[in-house]
Design a protein around this ligand. Structure first.
Ligand SMILES: [Mg+2]
Length: 188
């Protein structure tokens, strides 16, 4: 198994722990974000205080922001309308299609790959998809892992195999970027 594609560029405890100023200094301009268990849990449908606070900071620093969700449900549109951002639904991450659509069609201008980051709570969809597109990937600990739906629980099983592999092959990277995420998986 090629495990390198599953290693995130960054790991963050939550959306409010993302060092936005630092990312801006590094040249990031376009934020792509997963919705479920990244911005809100599966049990929620509308933006909460925490996600609004994150969006306020995003706007303040002048990032462009697009939600890229694998869900095809109407709740994605409703959330994004309330959140004030465009979205790509049914994005089929980790395939490149939906991510490319966000970058090339939905974004208001052209961005180089190193100017884009995709944040999300799943290694198998969000991190792999971002890495395949050559953009930055940011793994966020799931908002509430207990609310994962069945397909995500299925993904988490494979995620565990990948985590075990990285732990064995790249112990230093594992410790720095993935241990906390792995521990959280264990606690569900
Ligand atoms: Mg998610």
């Amino acid at each position: 198994m090629k495990y390198k594609k599953f290693i995130p560029t960054y790991t963050f405890k939550s959306i409010l722990d993302i060092p936005l100023e630092e990312l801006k200094e590094k040249g990031v301009k376009l934020f792509l974000s997963d919705l479920d268990n990244t911005l809100i849990s599966y049990a929620e449908s509308m933006p909460n205080e925490k996600s609004f606070e994150f969006k306020r900071r995003i706007n303040e620093l002048g990032f462009e922001f697009i939600v890229v969700s694998n869900s095809r449900k109407e709740r994605v549109n409703k959330f994004c309308e309330a959140f004030g951002c465009p979205c790509v639904k049914f994005s089929t991450k980790p395939l490149k299609r939906g991510i490319k659509k966000a970058i090339n069609k939905v974004a208001s201008k052209k961005y180089a790959p190193n100017e884009v980051i995709l944040i999300g709570d799943q290694i198998l969809t969000d991190v792999l998809g971002a890495n395949r597109c050559g953009i930055n990937s940011g793994l966020v600990l799931p908002v509430d892992i207990k609310t994962d739906k069945r397909p995500t629980r299925f993904n988490r099983f494979f995620e565990q195999l990948i985590l075990n592999r990285i732990k064995k092959k790249e112990p230093k990277i594992y410790k720095e970027k993935l241990k906390e995420f792995d521990d959280l998986n264990d606690s569900k």
